[in-house]
Ligand binder design. Structure first.
Ligand SMILES: NC(=O)c1ccc[n+]([C@@H]2O[C@H](COP(=O)([O-])OP(=O)(O)OC[C@H]3O[C@@H](n4cnc5c(N)ncnc54)[C@H](O)[C@@H]3O)[C@@H](O)[C@H]2O)c1
Length: 271
């Protein structure tokens, strides 16, 4: 059970995910791929789901070769409940079980409020909020049926704690929803031995947000340090691995007495 007292375990045992099976949504690139890499290094077998099947397959192949784990790449759109359910079934069939589920897939279009359409709002919520609900439900159904417990990790954002940049109303709303879901699901799933934790990164350069900035005509090198997190207490921009190590902590028995929290991984910026 992921909520058992593990105080007698060694540090190596606590951080190890050997024998556990993990699904990472949106794991083909960016933060999701970095998270999948640390989970694999800790010994987890993986199903990497992504809208882009080619990216998912390439990430799975790379991590399987590098870390000697089993890894499957799967096409998965988190807005499509049937596709999420099918990917969860594939994890059971091909990996033999499911103990860790990371809801990482997310989108962050920047649209000024006065121009934002209901379609944009709904799409952002379909991925960032409903996708977390559907992923958690599909994971929890299988973890509860197996009776072995598990951990669900939701990748939130500092935008789940406060307002962000102009144009991100749907994003900020959806990330507050993801953080709220983390708290609610934690209490509902605890009796089944399932823990639910959130990780809230601040700005980290990834393929996704660099492309978004470029599409908006923004060169990140021109932005003032405030926008780039350089004046956060830690004073540097985060890396995908800065976030992945916190996700690994959440997924492992190191955090066995934690559920419902969303951990800020933000260089102290929200302190
Ligand atoms: N990078 C940051 O600065 C930052 C900060 C805070 C939170 N986050 C959160 O981290 C998560 C990952 O962000 P990233 O920067 O790595 O993004 P990214 O765009 O680089 O990667 C996201 C991945 O998710 C996939 N994806 C998108 N929509 C999907 C869907 N409907 N179903 C399945 N897969 C889908 C994409 O194909 C892509 O591979 C998101 O939830 C994002 O909100 C990122």
């Amino acid at each position: 059970m992921s909520t058992a007292d593990v105080s007698g375990k060694s540090l190596a045992e606590l951080v190890s995910l050997k024998g556990r099976r993990a699904v990472v949504t949106g794991g083909g690139r960016g933060l999701g791929k970095a998270i999948a890499a640390r989970l694999a290094e800790a010994g987890a077998d993986l199903l990497i789901g992504d809208l882009d099947e080619g990216l998912a397959g390439a990430a799975a192949k790379e991590l399987a070769e590098r870390h000697g784990v089993r890894a499957v790449g799967a096409a998965m759109d988190v807005t499509d409940a049937a596709a999420v359910s099918a990917a969860a079934d594939r994890a059971l069939a091909e990996l033999g079980g499911l103990e860790v589920w990371v809801n990482n897939a997310g989108i962050f279009p920047a649209v000024p409020l006065l121009e934002m359409t209901e379609e944009t709002w709904d799409q952002v919520f379909a991925v960032n909020a409903r996708g977390v609900f559907v992923g958690a439900r599909e994971a929890a159904r299988r973890m509860a049926a197996a009776g072995t417990g598990g951990v669900i990790v939701n990748i939130v954002s500092t935008a789940g704690f406060r307002g962000s940049a102009p144009g991100l109303a749907a994003y900020v709303g959806s990330k507050h929803a993801a953080r709220g879901l983390t708290r609610e699901l934690a209490l509902e799933l605890a009796p089944m031995g399932i823990r639910v934790l959130g990780v809230a990164p601040s700005f980290v350069p990834t393929e996704g947000n660099l492309a978004m900035a470029a599409a908006a005509g923004v060169n990140l090198a021109d932005l003032p340090p405030t926008d780039l997190m350089l004046n956060s207490p830690i004073g540097r921009v985060g890396t995908p691995d800065d976030i992945a190590r916190v996700a690994l902590f959440c997924a492992s028995d190191l955090s066995a007495f934690m559920t419902g929290s969303t951990l800020l991984a933000d260089g102290g910026d929200t302190a």
